[in-house]
Ligand binder design. Structure first.
Ligand SMILES: Cc1cc2nc3c(=O)[nH]c(=O)nc-3n(C[C@H](O)[C@H](O)[C@H](O)COP(=O)(O)OP(=O)(O)OC[C@H]3O[C@@H](n4cnc5c(N)ncnc54)[C@H](O)[C@@H]3O)c2cc1C
Length: 305
């Protein structure tokens, strides 16, 4: 089986995408693409078996139903430069492999993250920020942080020059100093990372990095990433209670004499769902949705001849 080469991914391979003031993300390598997902999913059928769905349809089916092992066949290798405060959040994603610059081995460079804009503590989210601090305070905090980093780095240099071990001298450095690492991750775990770190609850700084990771993943496997957006990232799960509420609403709709399926088909296709197959029958996806809504008593439209 040949290597899968995706022209869009080749285009960005080894290119440096700047993040924050001094950080970057470089896609160093990738293995597989949309076609590899399809091959892995179809391996059980073997050659000669009738192709029952289009490649795109199959990938979308896998994502929709969380059949995720074929997604683990795609792998990414990134080189990332980021402040330690972001690295601490990143490293929590255990289902990946990392190699980080060693501050015991090397002398840390004088490279600190200086935010252009300081944010106020959120009153509703104990972990988050809300609006910006005033312009006046912003300028003062920028100056304060600059001075603080300069002083701490001088102390670090002094300790190193006096023979203090690098593993101890680093204790004086703040968490906005930059570090670098290599990150290897498969597509399914990358999607999980993106869902958590592109969320509005994640810290703005890591969200900036996640956007670039997402762009790289879209270049490697655009169909799978499109399906991830549709079925995971921008999708909502209904709880038992929410399903109950929607079903009640549907009952009300019925009592108002609106025809249920026509209504839902119009609403669904307006939202971008492919509700019919080429033959004019209801699509599997639309039938799954009707099932979620508890609509079972309907006739599939006639196949067009
Ligand atoms: C907005 C936000 C706020 C956060 N706040 C905090 C916080 O205040 N404090 C804090 O400590 N962390 C916090 N975290 C980190 C969070 O708890 C997770 O550690 C992090 O998001 C990684 O997620 P994960 O464990 O699902 O990912 P991974 O470690 O990559 O794991 C992926 C999946 O593999 C499975 N898995 C991996 N390891 C195991 C295991 N040992 N056992 C069983 N299943 C496993 C799980 O299904 C898991 O979801 C926060 C994360 C976010 C996004």
């Amino acid at each position: 089986m040949p290597h899968i080469i995706t022209p869009e991914a080749e285009e960005i391979l080894d290119k440096e995408f700047r993040v924050l003031d001094k950080g970057f993300i470089i896609l160093r390598d990738y293995m597989g693409g949309d076609q590899r997902i399809v091959d892995a999913a179809r391996v059980s059928y073997q050659a000669g078996t009738k192709k029952t769905s289009t490649d795109r349809g199959l990938i979308r089916y896998l994502l929709r139903n969380k059949h995720t092992t074929p997604l683990e066949k795609i792998r990414f290798e990134f080189h990332i430069k980021l402040p330690i405060l972001v690295m601490r959040q990143w490293i929590r994603h255990r289902m990946s492999s990392t190699n980080e610059e060693s501050a015991r081995y090397s002398i840390m460079k004088e490279e600190f993250y200086f935010p252009e804009q300081w944010r106020l503590q959120s009153g509703t989210n104990k972990q988050g920020s809300s609006s910006n601090v005033s312009e006046n305070c912003n300028s003062l905090y920028i100056e304060d942080l600059n001075r603080h980093c300069e002083e701490t780095y001088k102390l670090y240099e002094k300790m190193i020059s006096e023979g203090v071990s690098r593993e101890m001298a680093r204790m004086v450095l703040p968490v906005n100093i930059y570090t670098q690492f290599y990150w290897t991750i498969d597509l399914w775990n990358l999607m999980h990372f993106l869902r958590l770190r592109m969320d509005s609850h994640a810290q703005l700084e890591i969200r900036e990095y996640a956007k670039v990771v997402e762009m790289c993943a879209r270049a490697v496997c655009p169909i799978a990433m499109e399906a991830w957006t549709d079925y995971i990232y921008e999708a909502k799960n209904f709880s038992r209670m929410e399903v109950g509420a929607i079903r009640s609403l549907l009952q009300d709709t019925k009592s108002l004499n609106l025809t249920g399926i026509t209504l839902w088909e119009t609403l669904s296709s307006d939202s971008g769902m492919e509700t019919r197959t080429e033959k004019g029958e209801y699509s599997r996806e639309f039938k799954e949705f009707l099932d979620k809504l508890g609509i079972t008593n309907y006739e599939n439209p006639e196949k067009s001849h």
